[in-house]
Design a protein around this ligand. Structure first.
Ligand code: 6R9
Length: 646
């Protein structure tokens, strides 16, 4: 662990919304006088009908439930757009930087975005979409993705954004799980100069889903697509016929806003459900404090809108705060590894928020790609998605930020809606690699694996003892699974799935997932999902997947595969399986290593001993621990002898 501490720069301490003393005082109030605190904070939203109740939550099985501001009503599209029109209608809401630097950027003002959203909302209504209906969004990183999300929010439809890198099968299961009858897509996406066949993927996905009655197709590349008569309509052609007047639906604070599928340790991806009031408050409040955001500043979060970071920190948080949010279609190393820094100069970005995996990849290319750019506009840097190793942190701080920009390392999850643990730039001395201190109202706790609380400095499982407004409300269609997944491991506590250390100064250091979830380039993958894709292959009898350390991705995917008896495992099959998984789930699930194994280490009761496989994946085979309960300890020797490169 790095021992360095970087004090709050003097100018930040003086000018930030929250300095050290104010953080302490606000945090104290947020937990000691929480109702009053939240009443004040919730005033940052425009409510149609003000709420009278604040927090009605319990993590206990007997009276389990999570409600915030339950009797208030509001609309988040109106909060993100309408209320800015009078004061900053002509301010740029979205700057769009395309994949290729040779294509012109787009700048969309709040007034234009408002009109686009209203027109698209009317288009959805014309196709029969009503409050509570589910709409699946499978779009590239174009402003229309934000338009689509906000149009749903405007009419009370629940959006489910599916990352454009997912396969037709993954898309189909997500459409089916929430019974979406409308899909929004584009002809093709563009990433790093390569076209992604989005509409063709939708066609494959929908072959078995006749209940989808409408597919709206945006023209992005002009690539050829097949349009199905009656079902498929052209985005621009149909939207231009719509009026730009659309009343925002009055939504209850607890009415659903969106579903976002995320991977867990068991079963298929869960539809994480977020509601309107609490999520809206959490996204806007954290965006404001964590980035010390002031209207007029140019802000860039490099995430994809297909992930929760894109929802909260490209679309909802920034737009509710009247920000100018930059949306980037491309990738960090196209046309070359200088792209991020060139975009920062081109659009004079002041606040930049990215993932450690991107930083590690760029760091490897050498400083020159960074230092040949100016970056004078930068004031603040952020990190999200996985633990940031101190080397990458130091590089980000020294080379990218030239030591003048604080780094906010924000820890949170799809389930938490937005940031729960993070430094505040004017308040928190920084320790490279630590997400540092809890956000207002957040009560973290460390427990042993038996659930015994750990006081002071120590390491254990990270739990949150009380609800916060942005917490997910349920797993779509499976409330029991919601309770079982998050509240049954440690009674009365929300279990994050992360391990964590707390130091003498009360700083939190996330150590990574302690369940069967791996974090590949900041993308969450359930090992069970990859295993079930592998065993779906005709030649595979059994598979077990673990994480392995990876210099760029953080974690890579290590798969142990037992083939059927009549199959000869060879390199050709290895390639075939890699291709198979990419096709079943998507390129983000590409296995890094496939080790063929005639048998997997199992206990006598038939349970795979993952602990041993994890150690092999980590190349930490000196001490495999107790293997005496294995049905056949010889299996382990075979695995060790046949490690690729081992
Ligand atoms: C926002 C997001 C959540 C998991 C989470 C943890 C890891 C995210 C982190 C971090 C250390 C950070 N994680 N941010 N670990 N430091 N700053 O990434 O949501 O995709 O649901 O992933 O990511 O392991 O549990 P999601």
């Amino acid at each position: 662990m790095s021992e360095a501490v970087y004090p709050v720069p003097e100018e930040w301490a003086r000018t930030a919304l929250v300095d050290e003393a104010r953080y302490a005082e606000m945090y104290r109030r947020s937990v000691e006088d929480s109702d009053a605190f939240w009443r004040e904070e919730a005033a940052r939203l425009d409510w149609i009908k003000p709420f009278t109740t604040v927090q009605e939550t319990s993590f206990d099985e007997a009276d389990f439930g999570i409600r915030w501001f339950g009797d208030g009503t509001l609309n988040l599209a109106a909060n993100a757009l309408d209320r800015h029109l009078a004061e900053r209608g002509d301010t740029v809401a979205i700057i769009w930087e395309p994949d290729s630097p040779d294509e012109p950027a787009r700048r969309i003002t709040y007034r234009e975005l408002h009109a686009d959203v209203c027109r698209f909302a009317n288009l959805l209504k014309a196709r029969g979409v009503r409050k509570g209906d589910r709409v699946t969004i499978y779009l590239p990183m174009v402003p229309e993705a934000a338009v689509a999300m906000l149009a749903c929010a405007r009419i009370g439809a629940i959006h489910s954004v599916v990352f454009g890198g997912f396969s037709p099968d993954s898309l189909a299961s997500r459409i089916e799980d929430c019974d979406s009858t409308v899909v929004l897509t584009a002809d093709e996406g563009l990433r790093g100069g390569k076209a992604v066949p989005l509409k063709a993927n939708v066609d494959v996905a929908l072959a078995k889903l006749p209940s989808v009655h409408t597919v709206v197709v945006l023209k992005r590349t002009g690539g050829a697509v097949t349009m199905q008569d009656g079902r498929d309509i052209d985005w621009h052609q149909d939207v231009s016929a719509q009026s730009d007047d659309c009343t925002a639906e009055e939504m209850g604070a607890e009415d659903p806003l969106f579903i976002l599928y995320t991977s867990g340790s068991t079963g298929k991806p869960k539809g994480v459900l977020h509601t309107t009031g609490g999520y809206g408050l959490w996204a806007s409040m954290t965006h404001r404090y964590v980035f010390d955001y002031r209207p007029g500043q140019i802000y860039w979060c490099t995430a994809d809108v297909g992930w929760v970071t894109g929802h909260s920190y490209i679309v909802y948080g920034p737009l509710m705060n009247g920000a100018t949010t930059l949306m980037f279609e491309g990738v960090p190393n196209y046309p070359d590894p200088s792209r991020f820094w060139q975009v920062i100069d081109k659009h004079q970005v002041e606040i930049f928020y990215t993932a450690p995996t991107a930083l590690r990849a760029l760091m490897r290319e050498g400083d020159d790609y960074v230092t040949r750019t100016s970056r004078k506009s930068l004031r603040l840097l952020g990190s999200v998605g996985e633990p940031i190793n101190p080397e990458a942190w130091e590089w980000y701080h020294r080379v990218v930020g030239e030591r003048r920009c604080p780094i906010v390392d924000t820890w949170w999850q799809t389930e938490t809606g937005a940031t729960l643990i993070s430094p505040l730039p004017g308040a928190t001395p920084l320790k490279p690699g630590s997400a540092s201190k809890p956000m207002f109202g957040v009560k973290p706790m460390l427990v042993t694996s038996e659930g015994v609380p750990i006081e002071g400095a120590g390491e254990g499982c990270l739990v949150i003892t009380d609800s916060w407004p942005g917490q997910m409300r349920t797993v779509w269609g499976d409330h029991e699974r919601f309770f079982q997944t998050y509240f049954s491991t440690f009674k009365g506590l929300y279990f994050t799935g992360d391990g964590c250390r707390r130091d003498e100064d009360g700083y939190y250091w996330i150590t990574g997932r302690i369940d069967d979830v791996i974090n590949v380039s900041g993308h969450r993958m359930g090992t069970a999902e990859i295993e079930s894709a592998l065993v779906a292959h005709a030649k595979v009898a059994e598979a077990a997947v673990v994480g392995m350390p990876h210099a760029i991705k953080g974690q890579g995917i290590y798969a142990f595969v037992t083939t059927n008896a009549d199959v000869h495992p060879d390199d050709a099959l290895r390639k075939e399986l890699v291709q198979w998984v990419r096709q079943e789930i998507g390129p983000i699930a590409t296995p890094d290593v496939i080790q063929f194994a005639p048998g997997l280490p199992k206990t006598r009761s038939g349970k795979i001993m993952r602990r041993i496989l994890r150690k092999i994946g980590e190349n930490d085979v000196g001490n495999l621990g107790d293997t005496s309960t294995l049905a056949d300890p010889g299996v382990v020797d075979h695995l060790l002898e046949n490690r690729p490169g081992g």
